[in-house]
Design a protein around this ligand. Sequence first.
Ligand code: KET
Length: 397
Amino acid sequence: MFQHLEPYAGDPILSLNEAFQKDPRGDKVNLSIGIYFDNDGRIPVLQCVRDAEAKMLAEGGAKPYLPIEGAGAMRTAVQHLLFGTEHPAVKAGRITTLQTVGSSGGLKVGADFIKRWLPGSGVWISDPSWDNHRAMFEGSGVAVQTYPYYDAATGGVRFDAMREAIDKLPPRSVVLLHACCHNPTGVDLSPAQWRELVPLLRQRELLPYLDLAYQGYGDGIAEDAYAVRLLADSGLTFFVANSFSKSMSVYGERAGALSVVCSDAAEAELVLGQLKATVRRNYSSPAIHAAGIVSRVLGEAGLRTAWEADVAAMRARILAMRSSLHATLTAKKPGRDFGYFLSQRGMFSYTGLSAAQVDRLREEFGVYLIRSGRICVAGLNTGNVERTANAMAAVIA
Ligand code: KET
């Protein structure tokens, strides 16, 4: 029955993370997957999440199926987090939000929806982007192309080329944009660049699709929602998939959401209906435990304050690791400019290392990063950053 199957090559990120777990070397360093590790190299369980879970356990509630669109408390909390409680689009009821199975679930449901209701539309993703963006949209039958983004020469963004490419897209094309902390490069648009992009998106009648997977890891929880709020202010219709995997350190709970900002409440209701139909035939309904955590952490004042402090601390630790990496590499290789480690934001940086150099880092030094040269800065800590920088300097030659 299945002998004709092609063997699965494995996912470049998840397989490497598994290979790391199996590596017996005691001084190995995991910079592969987008997971925040604390200074002891552990995935933290935030106290606010523990407290939310303790409350849920004490309440001892039943575990019914959630509605297709998820828990009402979580959906409202997500809208307030992304757009602000007072945003006119929130008040007008023209945003519809569904709790999804991680933001991956949201991205995928949105992709299926686009295939069904805008069948002629293709999606344009940044060059480069998170590998799974292409896989998900192609899996939904949506054609995927790229717009210029990363500038290898400067470690910045090719904004003019990006704008020119977007200016040529057919109407109703989907433009996938990283709202903050671009994966894999760490290179974000500035607020001024976002403001330049908005009229272009409108004139060309494009459909922006924002991916907000690292909220709080860039410049702050509200600051990282800048693009989301700007687009909402501008009256554009757009999608935004957001994740709590990283910001609440709840990867396996699959906590995420999909919001669609529409032109009015009636359109939002139509969109919600068809998104529900899409969810029902995919995974039926999302996870109740995730909803309990997110709605409590966002909604209960004490937990919310604690969470904001936790996110600030995670962000500060990453920035400190960026500085250390930069300082050691600059000392080792004074002729080279490593300033991009300081200007890039969020969990990732693009090192510019070749696949061969990445292989050497893994084989000789036990330092794991994906072959594009992306590092997860959140895998660095005071105990391994210097050794990692020395290893990188050794392969840069
Ligand atoms: N969007 C982006 C940009 C992203 O980097 C990830 C995960 C996701 C969405 C999915 O998050 P979810 O947990 O479904 O809400 N990225 C890391 C892990 C992975 O590849 O699955 C990574 O890039 O390492």
